[in-house]
Design a protein. Structure first.
Length: 125
């Protein structure tokens, strides 16, 4: 397993990367849920296609709370887990993913899902 340098990734995310890599719940469970959803959409569109998959942390929280009961399932933790997955997978901001912010400050994460990005995310976990 390669070590991540703190200089490459914001410090709070380094902790989340550790939690994901060592399969700590609910962080690893969030990542597993995201990857299953992405794979399902990618498979439906065709293996050679590229789709933009949008993650809304509030909606994701509602979906995951149905499966997992944890006080650690907060919107902030979900946002940081998503970013840890993206940075830990070495996806490139603007090329592989981008973040939009609503007028009220809520964020949505948009990921270009293709075979390369899925493989990167799977090799990370």
């Amino acid at each position: 397993m390669s070590e991540l340098r703190v200089g490459d990734i914001p410090i709070p995310l380094v902790n989340y990367i550790y939690l994901i890599k060592y399969h700590k719940s609910p962080y690893y469970d969030i990542v597993q849920h995201i990857l299953k959803e992405m794979e399902m959409h990618h498979k439906r569109m065709g293996r050679n296609s590229e789709i933009i998959y949008t993650l809304n942390p509030r909606m994701l929280q509602a979906e995951i709370e149905k499966k997992i009961n944890s006080e650690k399932l907060t919107t902030v933790n979900i946002c940081r887990t998503i970013l840890a997955l993206l940075y830990g997978s070495k996806l490139r901001k603007e090329d592989d993913f981008y973040v939009t912010t609503t007028s009220r400050g809520r964020r949505n994460y948009h990921i270009k899902v293709n075979t390369r990005t899925l493989n990167s995310m799977h090799s990370f976990i």
